[in-house]
Ligand binder design. Structure first.
Ligand code: UD1
Length: 418
C-alpha cells in the first residue's frame, strides 16, 4: 500500500500545469462507443478512473490505446454489451456507459452502481429518463438489464434536479435516437458542454448545452473525431487552495477561468491577489488568508461540491470563522475528522461545517476516505508544521495525475512511499 509523506510549511512558488479533466474524460470515453471508427482524445489525464474507463471499452470489444497524453479508441470491433460487476465497482461513474451502449447496441447489461464514499448514489433519474425514451429496464439481483426493442425515441424529459450524470446519459442515449429529445432542468456544468462539443464534432446535433434546456435532434450515425479534453477545474481549485494553505504564489497553466468563476471570488475574499490572463491564473497568498463568511455548494454555475473539501482545508488556517454548506451530497464531510487530527477546529452538523481558523496545523497520520477529501488532506499537510503521512491514496490517484510530482515541482516536500 502506498502513502504520501509530506513535510509541510514550505511555501509553494512557481508555475504548475493543470491536467485534463477527469469528469470530462470519462463521459467522452463513454461517448466514443457511439462513434464508428477511431476517436482521439488529446489531453486525456493519466488517472486510475480513466484506466478503468479504458478497461470497460476493451471489455466491450473496442481497441483503446494510450499514446502519451492521447487516448485512441477504435470501436470497429465492438461486440459486447455487458459491463462486468468488477469494472462497475472500480468506478461508480461508469453508469455513464449505459446511455452510450444503448445508443449503439440497443442492449446493455451492467451492475447497479450502489452506494459510494459520498453516500447513496441513486440513478433513478437516469433510469426514468431512459424508460421515457423507450428502453425496457429490469433491475434484478443488483443487475440492470436494458433493451430498447425497436430503438430509442426522442422524448421531453424534465429532471427534478440538474444531475450531471443523468444529463450526460440522456444526451448519450438521445444523439442517435429517433426524433428530438428536450431535457429541461439539465445540468449546466462545463463537462456537459465538453461532451456536447465532442459529440457535435462526431456528427451529433445538440443545442442549448450550458443552459438549462438542451435539445438533441437524433442522427443516424456518428463518426470518430479528434478532441482536446478540457482542463480540470477541480484540480485548478486544489492548486489555488494549496497556494492559500502555504502562503504561496502560483501561476496555474492551461486552465480556463470561465469554468471556475464561482471559485475565484472565494480566494479574493480570503485576501489573496488573483490575476487571470489567457489560459493562466496567478495567485498570491503571501499575506496569509482570512475567513470567508459562507460558501454554499450548488450546481454549476454555483460553487462546486468537488471543491468544498480542498477549500475547507485552506480555510482551516484562515483568520476567523468560515461556514460551508454542502447542498449536493449527504455524506461529504468525511475529511473533517482527519483535518481535526491535524489540529483543525471544524464542527459539522448535517450539511453545515463551521471552520474556526487555527494558527497552525500539525502533521499527523491521516487516511484519505474519498477523492477530494484525500486531496484536502494534501492541501492541509502542505501548510502544516511537521510531517503528515496520508494512507489510502488510491482515492487521490483517481483524480490527480502524480500529485507528488506536481507539488514537488513548485517547492513542496512530498513523496510517495510503499
Ligand atoms: C458528478 C461528478 C462528481 C460531482 C457531481 C456533482 C462525474 C464523474 N462526477 O457526479 O464529481 O461531485 O457530479 O457536481 O462527473 N441524484 C439522484 N438521482 C439520480 C442522480 C443523482 O438522487 O438519478 C442525486 C445524487 O445523489 C446527488 C445529486 O443528485 O445528491 C447530484 O448528483 P449528480 O449531479 O448526478 O452527480 P454525478 O453525476 O454522480
Amino acid at each position: 500500500m502506498q502513502r504520501l509523506v509530506i513535510e509541510g510549511e514550505k511555501r509553494l512558488v512557481g508555475e504548475i500545469e493543470v491536467h485534463g479533466a477527469k469528469n470530462s474524460a470519462l463521459p467522452l470515453l463513454a461517448a466514443c462507443v457511439l462513434s464508428r471508427g477511431e476517436s482521439c482524445l488529446h489531453n486525456c489525464p493519466k488517472l486510475t478512473d480513466v484506466y478503468a474507463a479504458c478497461r470497460i471499452l476493451s471489455c466491450l470489444g473496442c481497441k483503446c490505446e494510450r499514446q502519451g497524453d492521447t487516448v485512441v479508441v477504435n470501436t470497429d470491433g465492438l461486440d459486447n454489451f455487458n459491463v462486468p460487476d468488477e469494472l462497475m465497482r472500480e468506478m461508480r461513474s461508469s453508469i455513464v456507459f449505459l446511455g452510450a451502449i444503448l445508443g449503439r447496441v440497443g442492449k446493455c447489461r451492467l451492475s447497479f452502481p450502489g452506494g459510494c464514499e459520498l453516500g447513496p448514489r441513486p440513478i433513478d433519474m437516469h433510469i426514468s429518463a431512459l424508460k421515457q425514451m423507450g428502453a425496457a429496464i429490469k433491475e434484478e439481483h443488483g443487475t440492470l438489464e436494458c433493451d430498447v426493442g425497436n430503438g430509442l425515441k426522442g422524448a421531453k424529459i424534465v429532471l427534478s434536479f440538474p444531475s450531471v450524470g443523468a444529463t450526460e446519459n440522456i444526451i448519450l442515449a438521445a444523439v442517435t435516437a429517433k426524433g428530438k429529445t428536450v431535457i429541461h432542468n439539465a445540468a449546466r456544468e462545463p463537462e456537459i458542454c465538453d461532451l456536447a462539443r465532442f459529440l457535435n464534432k462526431c456528427g451529433a446535433k445538440i443545442d442549448g448545452f450550458g443552459e438549462d434546456t438542451i435539445s438533441v435532434q437524433g442522427v443516424e450515425k456518428l463518426y470518430g473525431c479528434e478532441y482536446d479534453v478540457m482542463p480540470d477545474r477541480i484540480v485548478a481549485a486544489t492548486y489555488l487552495s494549496a497556494a492559500a494553505s502555504t502562503c504561496g504564489e502560483l501561476t496555474l497553466l492551461h486552465t480556463r477561468t470561465e469554468d471556475i468563476e464561482s471559485v475565484l471570488p472565494v480566494f479574493e475574499q480570503m485576501g489573496c491577489s488573483l490575476y487571470t490572463y489567457e489560459n493562466k491564473i496567478y495567485i498570491n497568498a503571501r499575506r496569509g488568508i482570512k475567513a470567508v463568511k459562507t460558501i454554499r455548494t450548488m450546481p454549476f454555475p454555483g460553487f462546486p461540491t468537488d471543491a468544498q473539501a480542498v477549500v475547507m482545508a485552506a480555510l482551516a488556517k484562515a483568520r476567523g470563522t468560515s461556514v460551508m454548506i454542502e447542498n449536493i451530497f449527504s455524506n461529504r464531510f468525511r475529511h473533517v475528522d482527519e483535518l481535526v487530527r491535524m489540529g483543525a477546529d471544524i464542527k459539522t452538523e448535517g450539511k453545515v461545517a463551521i471552520i474556526d481558523g487555527v494558527k497552525r496545523l500539525s502533521g499527523a497520520k491521516v487516511r484519505a476516505s474519498d477523492l477530494r477529501g484525500g486531496a484536502a488532506l494534501v492541501v492541509a499537510a502542505l501548510g502544516a508544521e511537521g510531517v503528515t503521512q496520508i494512507s489510502d491514496i488510491k482515492y487521490i490517484d483517481r483524480g490527480y495525475e502524480a500529485i507528488e510530482q506536481a507539488f514537488s515541482s513548485v517547492g513542496g516536500t512530498i513523496k510517495r512511499v510503499q
